[in-house]
Design a protein around this ligand. Sequence first.
Ligand SMILES: C[S@@+](CC[C@H](N)C(=O)[O-])C[C@H]1O[C@@H](n2cnc3c(N)ncnc32)[C@H](O)[C@@H]1O
Length: 302
Amino acid sequence: MDTPHIPVLLDQVLEAFEGVKGRVVDATLGYGGHSEALLKRYPDIKITGIDQDREAVEFSTKRLMPFKSRVEIVKGNFGDVIESILKNGDVKGVLADIGVSSLQLDKKERGFSFESETLDMRMSQDNPLRAYDVVNSYSKEDLERIFKDYAEIRDFRKMADLIVKNRPFNSAKELAEFIKSVRGSKKGIHPATTIFQAIRIEVNQELSQLEKLLKSLEKHKPAGAKIAIITFHSLEDRIVKNYFKKWTQRCICPPEAMRCECGGENELGKIVTKKPVTASKEEIEKNPRSRSAKLRVFEFKE
Ligand SMILES: C[S@@+](CC[C@H](N)C(=O)[O-])C[C@H]1O[C@@H](n2cnc3c(N)ncnc32)[C@H](O)[C@@H]1O
């Protein structure tokens, strides 16, 4: 089957789920690359795949058909769907390969690329908020906030001001060209990259969905489950890193406590990857998208 997306850090993901038997939730099913490899390698694994993108769900439903009852696919946002799946209590693993797929990025109609004739950027076709709305109707203050918080843009005030003064923008291409004209073009990275990142995160509420997923895991503490999360930029990686660190804390007494009264055995499990796992040179050469991928793995206590 021709696939529109190459799964990143595939060997490392397979290694993370070695020995797992039972249900693994693939929270970002995409085109089913990671899930298919897990199903092939580990016959005792069943997959519950989630994706909010209709095209991704249709594609992976066909791709994973040969695995029959070992696969269940849910269309929705993982932050909303995960709670009811974890309530069942049989989850032995969760994989999340956060972010946009190559197909979403490359297909011009989806409005993610600098060449797109639309200004969309929605992963879910049911999402009422489009990039067009963010760019053309958000207040200057809201644009400043998203540029600062979602992409750590240094000149966030200037960029928000320029966009407000020069809008409307009708396509991603128009916006990208405008940003290029005011920022100038540097070698390699497109000058609109971080602004596009901020808009995309806002449209898809990417950071709050990731937080919701991690909060649900913290609440349900799925016994013995392995959690593998791949992120593509530092804001997401920081969120994952901080949750994993918090989950290893043995003492949860308030800082002002004179001595430990909690028993000191409150860790939820252990961090498997002391440092984030990144792609090898060979993988980056074959799939440049893997360049910024970081995988972190946590294992909950039995
Ligand atoms: C990087 S791709 C995953 C690729 C997949 N691992 C594979 O091997 O084909 C990310 C996918 O996750 C989906 N996605 C991202 N955030 C999501 C969310 N909050 N809820 C549901 N799906 C999400 C996107 O629609 C996209 O299809």
